[in-house]
Write a new protein. Structure first.
Lengths: 280, 289
């Protein structure tokens, strides 16, 4: 079964409602995300990607079309709690997501609200903190952690609710390089080891290349969808959309433009080194 | 003579309490007029404390901050004037827009400087042009602008004071590639036009690589490096030990060198990488690209 299926989704913010951009419209989005997939969602600010993501755990509801989580419509009010415990959400600013002063209390907040038995909460909190590599910080003050550590605690807070899917909206935008790496490594591990479906919204192309699939949105529609190799080989299309390509891809593209015989599907540093070594 | 300089500056937070922490330790940095300096360092390395010393938002406990060779704390009552000369764009400055119109917001700084209405108008219009804000947006409420436009309006508000030193703390954080390119290009053009000294604080090594002449690396409150951009990024291992990184093309060139290829160690942008590889591939015949 698909984890998420989006069918002809249309959405527009009502006048006066809190809105990132009054013109944002989801204009017929079709997308299915199989269980266990790691997808990266790219596009400009205002293209509709965050609005789409908020439909995945029923923070927003479709004006037209439907969003199904494991076959259940988000419009079904009785199922809203189930949907929110299936799909967890992590946002950009770590400081806005921590609710308690102590790390383990923060992680326990979600399962406490779900009415989980205290002994089980203890187990879930420990497991979640271990999964993000923050167990040894369980007694620390949350506000004194680094940005990357705070984001990992936020992820642990979602994990403690045992979701099957985690949606992350630019979780690394405010982090330094080390923090970014900590968070991305954690996301990859959760996907690989626990089979959690991941939807990662990002502006960093080097993060997108780690996904199984890359989906690009523009003006409220999905415009490109494929594996990272497929998507980033379309350098001209991405340039037209004013998006970046990873530097290794960009370098090979620039050299191909002046007649150097390099493959058009180079994504990573190692692939680029291999391709260049073959020529030099 | 340096335009702006710190001499052995030390700064502690919560001094005299059990939470005392040294934010900056014996920082001596000297920046010339017209330089474009990138400031990098992990979270908590002292970047923001350092730039706040430069415009007198923080006062060093020991050491001096010199603007044009004069101690900015010589007469503390005059510190406000320093802030007109050393302009600061904070992180997420769009949250600080507050006026009824974009025009009034950009005019806030020049107005405080006591300029005439005519002069203020001229500066606001010019600053808006510099950051690429269309003239018709000036009469709108700041809250009607998109995120990228708000960010640019906030930068224009500082540019309109025509500071001799322009400091930007993470001006591209959270922007998409288009918004980021626009802002970096406009800042670079502005710096070249007015010969302004610019300090850009960023977590993005790629942004720093694109615009900076020299890079200041702070680590645990001390100056770890302060060198030209190419020399900085040739020290990948040291940077990684400090929780930083180098651009992907720099890593590619490092790996090529490990394999014994004679590629330079001072490559940090796609353009310089391309030129270096073409020189090698075509035997130096065509390196003009």
């Amino acid at each position: 079964m698909n984890m998420i299926s989006v069918d002809s989704l249309r959405f527009r913010y009502e006048e006066g409602e809190e809105q990132p951009d009054s013109t944002v419209v989801l204009d017929g989005v079709d997308l299915t995300i199989p269980r266990g997939q790691f997808i990266a969602l790219l596009g400009h600010n205002g293209c509709g990607k965050s609005t789409l993501a908020k439909h995945f755990n029923a923070l927003l509801l479709p004006l037209g079309g439907a969003v199904l989580i494991k076959g259940v419509s988000t419009a079904d009010e009785d199922k809203r709690y189930d949907i929110r415990s299936t799909v967890g959400m992590v946002l950009q600013n770590p400081d806005n997501q921590l609710v308690s002063t102590i790390v383990e209390e923060d992680v326990a907040f979600g399962p406490e609200n779900l009415g989980v038995d205290p002994a089980e909460i203890r187990e879930r909190v420990d497991a979640a903190l271990k999964a993000v590599g923050m167990y040894e910080y369980r007694g620390h003050a949350a506000h004194k952690l680094s940005g990357g550590q705070k984001q990992r605690v936020a992820i642990a807070g979602v994990l403690a609710m045992q979701p099957e899917c985690i949606v992350l909206d630019e979780p690394t935008a405010m982090l330094d390089p080390r923090g970014r790496k900590e968070v991305i490594d954690t996301i990859c591990r959760l996907n690989r080891e626990q089979g959690i479906t991941i939807v990662l919204i990002t502006h960093y192309m080097e993060e997108a290349v780690l996904a199984d699939r890359v989906v690009v949105m523009e003006n409220g529609k999905v415009v490109v969808d494929g594996t990272p190799h497929e998507v980033f080989s379309k350098v001209d299309t991405l340039r037209e959309l004013e998006l970046d390509v990873p530097q290794p891809t960009e370098l090979c593209y620039a050299l191909r433009q002046v007649g150097i015989d390099l493959p058009n599907n180079v994504l990573t540093i190692d692939e680029c080194v291999e391709a260049l070594s073959a020529l030099l | 003579m340096a335009l702006i300089e710190t001499e052995n500056c030390t700064l502690r937070y919560s001094a005299g309490t059990p939470f005392e922490r040294e934010a900056l330790h014996d920082v001596s940095v000297s920046i010339e007029e017209g330089e474009f300096v990138g400031v990098i360092g992990h979270t908590g390395s002292g970047k923001s404390s350092f730039v706040q010393l430069l415009n007198g938002l923080l006062k060093p406990e020991s050491g001096r901050v010199l603007l044009d060779g004069r101690d900015i704390w010589e007469s503390p009552k005059e510190i406000r004037k320093v802030r007109f000369e050393v302009g600061m764009v904070f992180q997420y400055p769009e949250y600080q827009l507050f006026e009824e119109t974009v025009f009034k917001d950009i005019a806030f700084g020049p107005h405080n400087m006591g300029l005439s209405d005519e002069e203020i108008r001229e500066r606001v219009v010019t600053a808006a042009e510099w950051v690429g804000l269309k003239a018709e947006l000036l009469e709108k409420s700041p809250f009607e602008l998109s995120g990228g436009e708000k960010r640019r309006a906030a930068i224009a508000g500082v540019m309109a004071m025509r500071p001799r030193v322009l400091i930007l703390d993470e001006p591209t954080a959270g922007l998409d590639p288009r918004g980021r390119d626009l802002i970096l290009n406009r800042i670079r053009a502005y710096q070249q036009e007015f010969h302004t000294t610019v300090l850009l604080v960023s977590h993005s090594m790629e942004d720093i690589a694109r615009v900076a002449d020299r890079v200041l690396v702070l680590n645990n409150g001390s100056v770890a490096m302060f060198e030209t951009t190419d020399r900085i990024f040739s020290q990948a291992a040291e940077l990684e030990n400090m929780g930083l990184s180098v651009p992907a093309v720099t890593k590619i060139f490092a790996k090529l060198r490990e394999r014994g290829f004679a590629v330079p160690d001072s490559v940090y942008t796609v353009e310089t990488a391309k030129a270096a590889l073409l020189t090698l591939l075509k035997g130096g015949a065509d390196n003009a690209v």
